[in-house]
Design a protein around this ligand. Structure first.
Ligand code: KIV
Length: 276
């Protein structure tokens, strides 16, 4: 049975912390289910960690749908949330069209969009029409060209605006809110004041859930680890070692062996060669 938005609500009620992880393909989604992680985010971080862009800004709805479809095929248990990319929800009509494609074509169960009170009317309409919406506040990567990549809400006024934005999203019917790169104390306070769960990334332990980006957690970068990320594996190193061994074995002739190959009867080969 897939996790539902109701399950997340109940977890918050019980004070039970939960995890969300990004995934962008079929195989990863299967592994997430094996680890019993209840929520998958097909994040537009896709743009950076999979497609090699500098930010999430160039990501298109078609690209999101392509990857979300693969994740949906790989997962049976997680609630799957798909990011609406940059400028695909500039009006209620556009947001409805984008959400329709994410839910009907890709098969995700919910969408995530960035912004506070300004997007509340859009959230309200989506929710009224049956689209579960996750909000995203604090550092909102789609606005990187405006706000830069830094912690948000450190000063009193900015902190108050973030709290007001969170309350506006809750009132509009959002079922959860990602809090990215905001001070721990503020994230805890917002989490206490909301009935819906908060999901933190770089927002401290006081959030109801945590989200990490797959490539950060798995150690798939060799150079850069963001401060908010924790490496639970060093897969880039293991992968590079595996590739080096493969390369070496092929060059020296120790792979493939009979174990990795098939054979045919000598007379069949002789017959085939006779006629050439
Ligand atoms: O796109 C993404 O991966 C995200 C997370 C960082 C929350 O929005």
């Amino acid at each position: 049975m897939r996790t539902t938005i109701l399950d997340l609500q109940k977890m918050k009620g019980r004070g039970e912390r939960f995890t969300m992880i990004t995934a962008y393909d079929y195989t990863s989604a299967q592994i997430v289910d094996r680890a019993a992680i209840p929520v998958i985010l097909v994040g537009d971080s896709l743009g950076m960690v999979v497609l090699g862009h500098q930010s999430t800004v160039p990501v298109t709805l078609d690209e999101m749908i392509h990857h979300a479809k693969a994740v949906v095929r790989g997962s049976q248990q997680a609630l799957i949330v798909g990011d609406l990319p940059f400028l695909t929800y500039t009006s209620v009509e556009e947001a409805l069209a984008s959400a329709r494609r994410m839910l009907q074509e890709a098969g995700v169960q919910a969408v995530k969009l960035e912004g506070g009170a300004a997007v509340a009317p859009i959230v309200e309409r989506l929710v009224a029409l049956g689209v579960p919406v996750m909000g995203h506040l604090g550092f909102t990567p789609q606005s990187v060209n405006q706000i830069g990549m830094r912690v948000q809400g450190k000063a009193a006024e900015a902190a108050r605006t973030l709290l007001e934005d969170a309350l506006a999203l809750e009132a509009a019917g959002a079922f959860a809110i990602v809090l990215e790169l905001i001070p721990t104390q503020l994230a805890s306070e917002i989490s206490k004041r909301l009935r819906i769960p908060t999901i933190g990334i770089g927002a401290g332990p006081g959030c109801d859930g945590q989200v990490q980006v797959w490539h950060d957690l798995m150690g798939l970068y060799t150079d850069f680890v963001p401060r908010h990320a924790k490496r639970y594996a060093s897969l880039a190193e293991q992968m590079a070692q595996a590739l080096a061994s493969y390369n070496q074995e092929v060059r020296e002739g120790s792979f493939p062996t009979a174990d990795h190959s098939s054979s045919m009867k000598a007379e069949e080969l002789a017959e085939a060669l006779k006629k050439v």
